[in-house]
Design a protein around this ligand. Sequence first.
Ligand code: SF4
Length: 483
Amino acid sequence: MTQQTAPPLSTGAEIKKIGFISLGCPKALVDSERILTQLRAEGYSVTSSYEDADTVIVNTCGFITPAVEESLNAIGEALDATGRVIVTGCLGERPETILARHPKVAAITGSEAVDDVMAAVHRLLPPDLNPFTALIPGQTSNMVPGQVKLTPRHYAYLKVAEGCNHKCSFCIIPKLRGLQVSRDAGAVLYEAYRLIAGGTREVMIISQDTSAYGVDIRHRESEFQERQIPAHLTDLARELGSLGVWVRMHYVYPYPHVDKVVELMAQGKILPYLDVPLQHASPRILKLMRRPGAGRQLDTIRRWRAICPELTIRSTFIVGFPGETESEFQELLDFLEAAQLDRVGAFTYSDVPEADANDLPGAVPEEVKQERLARFMEVSQRISTARLAQKVGRTVQVIIDEYNDDVEDTLAGTRLIGRTAGDAPGIDGQVYLYAAGFAGTIKIGDRVQAIIEDSDEYDLFGEVVALDPWQTSVPQLGHFGGH
Ligand code: SF4
């Protein structure tokens, strides 16, 4: 699905510069990384400023109305600045929406469409095929250069499946991305292996419905290091857990076999962390939402915590779903109190074009949605504060994400920011650390032991007491310089 208008800009041998805007969720981020990897392989340069760019690629999100607006605005800005824009990603599956606002975009592709994006790039900015000036000889599509990552070197998202077999009434992802297509376990594991060899120390498993990983390919086996591994979440988690890095599970629905994954957490094989999007607690609302794995949520959470008391549970919820009554909203608050979820995010419901939930009666007025969101956040903050306070006085493992340059200190490099096993990057809390006795010895991506001295609603504060070196089972690549 490509729409074509603009002619090629040039055919010379100069380095072509491409601007890149990546919007949306971690799944979209992985697509962006694939496109950027291919761009770099073919010798294009990626620039962060519109002024320098010959063409801009916008990887869009089409999940909820504000995301659609953000995507359309980003396309508009890029068009104003360069006049040449390639649109890809979720919103690209609905070209009519894009063309209605921006008829002059140069090309539109859907998500997971690296080849289509590259075809559009080649048309607008023909690659340098001169063997004397090309950055990489050959320009063939099967070259596998060092992978471009948008995340820092020490953590990475690993997509295990694309698409979704559910029909949640508020969501159009299955319409945009199609039914679930899982990757073979061997392919996922070799990708993890390469990432770890290159310095990744935390792997975050993502897909639309991670619990359903492998169902579509009947859990078929594939080769990893001369063994046959089934495409099943439990097997994948066990194998990843043997590589010696942090493994974090996202978008896990509460299916029965998740108990086995939680057992691996209790054994210390993978992080005791589950990102479980529950969306609501009222059985009637969950039914209207057509949520997978809904029902008996509290029992499930209690069972998981009995198996693994260290478990951190993150979840997301929608407030103000059509027809949500005050008592059903109260049911949600009661559930929060009872479940004591560690981390929660919440959105107010908004119509998504083409979503079935738009036709449900009983739209909740905006001011009621906002008032419920505020009450929800008040309860969740109180719970988060209390749960983090329980960590004060304990010694925990922390992965170091960055140096804390906001704090002036006489000893450079002694203020650090990291995360515990209970904190996913970007969405959960952080740990602010003082490392007085370790000046200059701790690097980004290192793991340390820290004693927690204080806490607030979302974050922890403490002091490094020891280094805790990684012991991966993957041979490390040498340092090649460059990227
Ligand atoms: S599980 Fe539901 S919300 Fe998630 S992608 Fe599938 S249909 Fe959408």
